[in-house]
Design a protein around this ligand. Structure first.
Ligand code: 26V
Length: 760
């Protein structure tokens, strides 16, 4: 790259004279040009479309430079002009077009699909405001709009516009494209549809807006609050807007490649990411009949092209739409859903596998299973639970459709980009094959007893902890001790993920320290979590954690125990936190976390997991063995049985276990009353003692014991470093490249041209 030339042409200035903004824009433009030069027209037959309401892509500049293979040269060239790439990385806005794991998974998958040279595009929505910006005020979360869309240029406005029919008239969907640059391989596209005529001025106080003004708000916000009827109808309109545009694009592209509609499955495979895009099925059927296919052919063509991924067994998260709402949003889709329901009922009878139930509610997951060729879970335990419990009646009807695809993460972002020191270290030891073949990391096992290697790993971890401490200080003025154990839990706030149990541990420890029982070594407990604005108990838990941050800031306590709540946790924050972690908290109630992907990112960066036998933790455990993970708590079998028996009494644990009572009573005790909001704290106390739906009390004693054991082991240095090494070495299985190869082998069946095959 000739930066001098570029800056001269763009701005008529030298590199030294350019502002950060000018430099950043020029680099984005340069990257996009290189990507377009690399893009090859697709001449094959079948193509994948990954449909998702969320793509949590994170910042793009550095990862794109890495994937283009020019990161080091660009960095060096900037440096030769006295400029720093880090400064531009920090300047970039993060597109937070997702809530958490599901959206981040979609982004990792796009990276792997392109890196493996597979023909596959993403399709989603161009939200003007991504996930809200979290600001802490008086120990509470407040939500502010996050307008990520600037004119920086990653997004390219296209001329493609599709009409979208809604009940109150037709709106227009314009397609914006974003290059998905594979690692030293091909370039695919993420298509984001946007409503023509969105009006950003209708945003009011915080993140409020008129939910009924569909013609102006449709793509304004990611996942708008759907706690009321208007919110839910907007959500349906948003989903329909996305899938109708997607279906029109898919059909247009397939026809251009020679598809004659009834043979759609030979030209397109549509992966439905959770049920949010499931309406693509009836929409395709509607469009295909409109274009002349008879109903049965249209159903066969649409269903033969679709595959469904389930991401949760939580009943409250499985989408069910009352016909009444659907009629208010997309009345023309209702007859198609009724036909599908009728066919299913005729074929199988039975209420529990029906698409539309007796209360006239559409079960989106049921529709997705019936009307597709594949249903997959996202970790082996999760898939087993789907088969045996959550979707058991459907599994009995069509067992051949069910399969597991354990999630993965892209090593490009979660190792090469976020931890360059570890990347170089690994390359020095085992070569650089691991960048495209995760299993190569196993070669590191040869060094498990090599003290120089273990020392090197400890140094890298210690440097990352120092860097995190600096960042936390710069970002939110918090000082923490990099020599303490960094114990980190970062993920969306949800009761099933049990941040409240971690907080109870902090209280338990705080009380011990107050009594003079000082821990062997200092610990910094770090949280990062956003809570849905309408999720009251989740807000209460954040409030408790923020109060604990204040309490453990007490000079008498802080040298031993510190609590840090990272404000506005997002992908960029994760990139700083993950390399610096010693202990990765993965403590969901067994059976509830479908997979988790943070657990994999921590493992890859040499942290040791403290977790339950849930989601992908089970597979991590199997890979690293008992010695290299801290497992505690009841198994999913016990948990499921306890739910079925209806025998759980939080009150009984509270009354019988003094350690639990003491920690829980503290929530409404005098110390917290001085700094906390009594309404929030009392509500949380009542919730825990009266219900504790996610069963923190039965696991608490084992959690405390196992956590203490991990802290003790942390002090036994070479052995601890060895645990980190084994975690890194065994993490290759969790490369999203492996996951995507499995999707392709079992579901998509796309051709990979020989020159696009790296190593496998
Ligand atoms: C959504 C909601 C929304 C309403 C309130 C309760 C609730 C509970 C859970 C969810 C999650 C919806 C789907 C989802 O994001 N699943 C996540 O997908 C990840 C990628 O597969 C996986 O790693 C996580 O375990 C799973 O929770």
């Amino acid at each position: 790259m000739d930066l001098t030339q570029i800056m001269h042409t763009e701005y008529g200035k030298s590199v030294g004279e350019c502002t950060k903004d000018e430099l950043y824009r020029a680099l984005v433009k340069y990257t996009c040009t290189l990507a377009e030069e690399k893009r090859k027209p697709y001449c094959g037959k079948k193509k994948l479309y990954y449909l998702s309401a969320e793509f949590l892509i994170g910042k793009l500049l550095s990862c794109n430079l890495i994937n283009l293979g020019i990161y080091d040269s660009v960095k060096a060239e900037l440096a030769s002009h006295g400029r720093d790439l880090t400064e531009l990385e920090e300047y970039e806005n993060e597109p937070s077009l997702g809530n958490g794991g599901l959206g981040r998974l979609a982004a990792c998958f796009l990276d792997s699909i392109a890196s493996l040279g597979l023909p596959g595009d993403g399709i989603g929505l161009n939200y003007h405001f991504g996930l809200f910006r979290q600001v802490f005020r008086e120990n509470e979360q407040t939500a502010e709009p996050d307008r990520w869309l600037t004119d920086t240029g990653w997004l390219r406005k296209t001329d493609t516009v599709y009409p979208i029919r809604l009940r109150n008239g037709t709106v227009q969907a314009r397609m914006y494209d974003l290059a998905v640059i594979g690692y030293e391989n091909c370039v695919n596209t993420l298509h984001l549809f946007d409503l023509e005529g969105v009006d950003e001025d209708i945003v009011g106080e915080g993140i409020s807006f008129d939910k009924t003004d569909i013609a102006h708000n449709l793509t304004l916000f990611l996942y708008p609050d759907d706690s009321d009827e208007n919110g839910r109808i907007l959500r349906i309109c948003q989903q329909y807007f996305m899938v109708s545009a997607a279906a029109q694009l898919i059909l247009a592209e397939a026809e251009a490649r020679g598809c004659r509609l009834y043979d759609l499955p030979d030209y397109a495979v549509i992966q439905i990411n959770d049920t949010h895009p499931a309406m693509v099925i009836p929409e395709l059927i509607r469009l295909l009949t409109e274009r002349g296919l008879d109903t049965d052919d249209a159903i066969a063509a649409a269903c033969g092209a679709c595959a469904y991924t389930n991401h949760t067994i939580l009943a409250e998260a499985l989408e069910k739409w009352p016909i009444r709402y659907l009629k208010k949003a997309v009345p023309h889709l209702v007859p198609v859903m009724e036909i599908l329901d009728d066919k299913v009922r005729r074929k199988y009878g039975g209420e529990e596998t029906a698409i539309i139930d007796r209360e006239d509610v559409v079960h989106m997951a049921h529709m997705a299973v019936h009307c597709s060729v594949s249903t997959n879970g996202v970790a082996s335990l999760h898939t087993e639970i789907l088969k045996k419990e959550a979707l058991a009646p459907l599994y009995r009807l069509c067992p051949e459709k069910f399969n597991n695809k354990t999630n993965g993460i892209t090593f490009r972002r979660w190792l090469l980009h976020c931890n360059p020191a570890l990347t170089d270290f690994l390359t020095g030891h085992i070569g650089d094959g691991f960048r495209t073949d995760g299993e190569e990391l196993r070669k590191l096992m040869a060094y498990r007893d090599d003290t120089t290697t273990l020392d090197g790993l400890m140094r890298i971890k210690s440097d990352s902890k120092k860097a995190l401490a600096d960042w936390l200080y710069r970002k939110q003025g918090v000082k923490c001790d990099p020599d303490s154990v960094f114990d980190i839990q970062i993920k969306r706030l949800h009761e099933y993920k049990r941040q409240q149990m971690n907080a109870l541990y902090v209280i338990h420890k705080y009380l011990e320290i107050r009594e003079g029982r000082l821990p062997e070594r200092p610990v910094t407990v770090i949280f990062g979590a956003k809570a849905a604005p309408a999720y009251v108990i989740a807000q209460d838990i954040i409030h408790l954690i923020l109060c604990l941050q204040t309490l453990t800031g007490d000079p008498a306590v802080r040298p031993y125990l510190q609590t840090v709540m990272v404000e506005n946790y997002n992908v960029s924050a994760a990139e700083k936190l993950i390399p610096a972690c010693d202990i990765s908290e993965q403590i969901s109630l067994a059976s509830k976390e479908a997979s988790g992907t943070g657990n994999m990112k921590f493992m890859l960066n040499g942290a040791v997991t403290l977790g339950t036998e849930d989601g992908a933790n089970v597979e991590i455990h199997r890979l690293v063995g008992d010695e290299n993970i801290y497992i505690f708590g009841d198994t999913s079998t016990v948990v499921t049985a306890r739910y079925k028996a209806g025998s759980y009494s939080a009150k009984a644990y509270y009354e019988e276990v003094p350690m639990i009572r003491r920690a829980v009573d503290f929530i409404i005790g005098p110390e917290l009353a001085k700094i906390g909001n009594p309404v929030r704290l009392r509500r949380l106390y009542d919730e825990l003692t009266g219900k504790d739906w996610f069963m923190t009390f039965p696991d608490f004693a084992d959690y405390v014991k196992t956590r203490e054991k991990a802290y003790r082991d942390y002090g036994i240095r070479p052995e601890w470093a060895k645990k980190g090494l084994v975690n890194i070495a065994m993490s290759g299985y969790f490369s999203s490249d492996r996951t995507i190869l499995e999707y392709n082998r079992d579901i998509w069946h796309l051709d990979r041209s020989p020159e696009q095959i790296h190593s496998k």
